[in-house]
Write a protein that binds this ligand. Structure first.
Ligand SMILES: Cc1cc2nc3c(=O)[nH]c(=O)nc-3n(C[C@H](O)[C@H](O)[C@H](O)COP(=O)(O)OP(=O)(O)OC[C@H]3O[C@@H](n4cnc5c(N)ncnc54)[C@H](O)[C@@H]3O)c2cc1C
Length: 437
């Protein structure tokens, strides 16, 4: 018997993770990607001869499946993960303070450093500490926003600006009066309260598309610049799904993973309800924009820093003279002309980094992502990977993984979708699980 043939629509991390999992189990896997680039939202491309990420991406020590994905494709050594949690937070008045883990079990590992944290006075620290202690025992009301939770736990404007905003707006990519309280508590307990290494920051040391390209080498075929226009149940006996492609072409497979954003799933299925898929219109996209800025001052000597009370939440020094400035939940900045954004960012950088005074920007580029992450309607159940048809599964960082829309969620969703199809298709010819070195 030939290996069962599976199509994956979408070469983002979710699709690639599903593809690897299926390939490892002996299926023949073909990936269809609309773009010429691989990696989806986590990609990179050249601007004026320099390769830049679609936007700075970080992962945390608790993102075990993303790290496993990188191991699986032989790229683990291209990920940098801090040895211990260490974050630099800067205020406009020039005060700098670090939150840094001590070699103690969680949550005690952050206690000493938080005690010395310069952006909050004693009263504010106690307020934050009390809220953190309650978070240990709460799961959050899925219908309530994080803002409501913070208010319930007595967090004032100062504690929000100095502690909650810099970590949670970027982590959830939403204003806190829109982010779900349950998601925020999940991040809080998973990253900060459970394991001492869980909150360590990590990032790729190579442009993000290199990860996707490495993953793509391990599947049977990748069809770039090939949008799938629709998915139908095929009538032939063995080929159970048919993909409609441009130019009246079609391709038939035993099963398919739809690893595309929610609206694209709706389009592919035509009538999602018929496939048992509901609520696809309940996801709101949230933007992120990044300003990539090159200056003539060389190395400033930091890895990354949060800027308090600035539209630039985090700035990363990606190389000598190259700063990547990230603006999460970026609604109000998204449509500003590039020149205005570049000016605004340079002025902010001059205010927060005295070492830049007298330096000159050399070049800049703006990457805008109006649909950087998807947030379900408050209280709505996220879409499962399983549909009413066993040969059609859905993957995507926005699907029900228990994680907010992140690279970790994307990878987990891909594995879960692959499991759904494996259950439906059964073992393929002569295969026991095969491991890709
Ligand atoms: C600027 C930015 C910063 C971010 N920062 C972080 C971060 O710091 N940490 C973090 O964990 N996450 C971050 N994220 C979120 C993270 O990138 C996503 O959660 C993750 O990459 C989503 O992966 P995915 O595979 O689910 O979806 P996508 O990456 O959106 O992949 C879907 C793919 O499907 C393709 N496609 C769509 N329709 C079709 C079709 N009809 N036919 C064929 N192909 C199709 C698309 O072209 C795309 O390649 C960020 C996102 C952005 C944009």
């Amino acid at each position: 018997m030939d290996a069962r043939r599976v199509a994956v629509v979408g070469a983002g991390l979710a699709g690639l993770s599903a593809a690897l999992e299926l390939k490892d189990h002996g299926y023949r896997v073909e990936v269809f990607e609309r773009s010429r680039l691989l990696g989806g939202r986590a990609t990179s491309f050249e601007i004026d001869g320099r390769e830049v990420d679609n936007g700075q991406h970080v992962f945390l020590g608790c993102c075990t499946e993303f790290v496993r994905f990188a191991e699986r494709i032989g790229m683990a050594d291209r990920l940098h993960l801090q040895r211990r949690f260490d974050a630099l937070l800067l205020a406009r008045d020039g005060v700098a303070s670090r939150l840094r883990a001590a070699p103690l079990p969680a949550p005690l590992h952050l206690l000493a450093s938080f005690g010395r944290y310069r952006h909050l006075r004693l009263g504010g620290k106690l307020r934050v500490a009390r809220a953190l202690a309650s978070a240990l025992f709460e799961r959050g009301d899925p219908g309530a926003t994080f803002d409501v939770w913070l208010a319930k736990h007595g967090q004032d404007a100062r504690t929000r600006r100095a502690f909650w905003d810099p970590f949670f707006i970027p982590a959830l990519n939403a204003p806190l009066d829109r982010a779900s309280g349950a998601d925020a508590l999940f991040v809080l307990s998973t990253a900060f309260l459970r394991g001492a290494g869980a909150a360590r920051f990590g990032f790729s040391t190579v442009p993000l598309a290199h990860l996707a390209e490495a993953a793509a080498l391990r599947v049977d075929a990748v069809h770039r610049s090939t949008a799938v226009l629709g998915v139908e149940l095929a009538s032939e006996q063995r080929a159970r799904v048919r993909l409609r492609l441009a130019g009246d072409r079609a391709a038939s497979f035993d099963a398919v993973v739809l690893a595309v954003p929610p609206r694209a799933v709706a389009k592919l299925l035509g009538d999602p309800q018929r496939f048992g898929v509901i609520g696809l219109d309940g996801y709101a996209p949230y933007p992120i924009l990044d300003v990539h800025l090159w200056h003539d001052r060389g190395c400033l000597g930091f890895e990354f820093a949060a800027l308090l009370e600035s539209p630039l939440q985090w700035v990363f020094e990606k190389g000598p003279g190259y700063l990547c400035c990230s603006v999460s939940a970026a609604d109000e900045y998204l449509t500003l002309p590039a020149a205005d954004l570049e000016r605004l960012v340079w002025e902010e950088l001059l205010a927060f980094f005295p070492a830049l005074r007298g330096a000159a920007p050399v070049r800049a580029a703006v990457t805008r992502n109006p649909e950087a992450t998807f947030l379900p309607r408050p209280g709505m159940r996220r879409t499962p990977q399983r549909t009413a048809y066993p040969e059609i599964a859905i993957a995507g960082s926005w699907t029900d993984t228990g994680w907010p829309d992140t690279m970790e969620s994307a990878v987990r969703s891909g594995t879960a979708a692959a499991d759904v199809l494996r259950e439906a298709l059964g073992p393929t010819a002569g295969t026991e699980a095969r491991t890709v070195a």
